[in-house]
Design a protein around this ligand. Structure first.
Ligand code: NI
Length: 393
């Protein structure tokens, strides 16, 4: 089956490059992927899949019906949105949409979803179960997966695979991680209310700026002294505002930040823990405060069995030398985790780096991929789907 998949994928290679370049040249922002999803729906229909549009606003779902007796449904998720970045105009097929760029490789992801659908649709007679392709909008704002799930995209799904390109892994290689792949990412907003006064007479005021400094310091120290060091937490205050003049004590400070954590227990406890620390520091010095902790996305936790299937398929397809078992998770976030509430899943990293060259990072205006990776990704995903049904039910 592997050689058949490789042969079919190879025949589609020029078409897939064309698809990827078309999507790259026409990027759309999160939640506005109208042209992209119409284009994707067209390609899916032409491969004989049953297609539903407007699932999760601008999302698309394509279902490939297998011919076997297997009742399980496997989902493959790729995302479609671009970023508000002005692309450095180097490529022939650079963005036609000013100020918008596929700088996170979601053009490649969409192409991988389509390529896998194209390959598997040629083999549907020997496909034991159904494959559902989810083309998700709005990953960059961590909303698209929620929208898709709300519209029923995961109903009846037994397992799900996802992929993200990675420039620090060379093209033709895949990166696989057992357990945690990405971190939970939540938003934090703290408002400290003190009392204004003259800068020369601090004892007659409640200095919100000084108390904010205490709060930030206490939070950072408390992570190191009260949290399990084997369960990493990163809390970054990225914005702070308060005060009006050099000689007026500020009565109000607002700060916002991001909170990243890998372990589900830490994630569960963080809101109350932060609330207690901030309230404690503010009360000590007579200020009032309001802590608003907003859940973003949970950590992506890869399912062990699905990861084993992916690893076996990748080793067989590309040899041990092209399969990296990733030793570390990332503290970046990915809303693929939202699907994992509904079914076990596994997300892997696809190398897109040009060997021996400077590879710009994701979200960089010069970010570029080695298109060889498209073949690697499509074959890996199509063959993993086969291996999934060969695995014990
Ligand atoms: Ni991305």
């Amino acid at each position: 089956m592997l050689s058949e998949i490789k042969k079919i994928a190879q025949n589609f290679a020029p078409r897939l490059i064309e698809i990827r370049r078309h999507i790259h040249a026409h990027p759309e922002l999160s939640g506005e992927e109208y042209q992209t999803s119409a284009y994707i729906a067209g390609v899916l229909s032409s491969c004989g899949l049953s297609v539903k549009e407007s699932v999760g606003k601008t999302g698309v779902v394509g279902e490939l019906i297998g011919s076997g007796s297997e009742s399980r449904t496997l989902a493959i998720r790729t995302d479609m949105d671009a970023l508000p970045i002005q692309e450095y105009p180097k490529l022939d097929f650079a963005s036609h949409n000013s100020g918008i760029m596929h700088a996170c490789g979601h053009d490649v992801h969409s192409t991988l979803g389509l390529g896998t659908a194209m390959v598997l649709s040629q083999l549907s007679d020997s496909l034991p179960g159904n494959v559902r392709f989810l083309f998700q909008p709005a990953e960059e704002i961590a909303q698209g997966a929620k929208w898709m799930v709300k519209d029923g995209a995961m109903e009846g799904v037994d397992a799900i695979y996802g992929v993200h390109v990675f420039p620090s892994i060379p093209a033709r290689q895949v990166g696989i991680r057992y357990g945690a792949l990405t971190s939970a990412a939540d938003d934090l907003e703290i408002v400290i209310q003190g009392e204004s006064g003259h800068g020369a007479r601090p004892h007659q005021a409640i200095d919100a700026i000084w108390i904010a400094a205490q709060v930030i310091t206490t939070l950072q120290q408390a992570i190191s002294r009260t949290q399990n060091p084997l369960h990493p937490i990163v809390l970054s205050i990225g914005q702070i505002e308060g005060g009006r003049a050099h000689n007026i004590i500020a009565d109000r400070v607002r700060m916002v930040g991001t909170v990243r954590s890998l372990h589900p227990d830490s994630h569960a406890n963080l809101p109350q823990w932060i609330e207690n620390i901030v309230q404690g520091a503010c009360q000590t010095f007579g200020a009032k405060c309001q802590v608003d902790y907003r859940r973003g996305v949970p950590s992506v936790q890869n399912d062990e069995m699905l990861t084993q299937i992916l690893e076996a398929a990748s080793r067989e397809a590309w040899g041990d030398e092209n399969v990296q078992i990733l030793p570390e998770p990332s503290l970046g976030a990915e809303d693929f985790s939202v699907y994992l509430d509904k079914a076990p899943g596994c997300m892997f990293r696809l190398g897109v780096g040009h060997d021996g060259q400077t590879n710009y990072p994701l979200h960089h205006p010069k970010f570029e991929v080695d298109e060889e990776a498209i073949m690697t990704g499509v074959v890996t995903m199509a063959y993993t789907a086969y291996k999934y049904w060969q695995s014990a039910a």
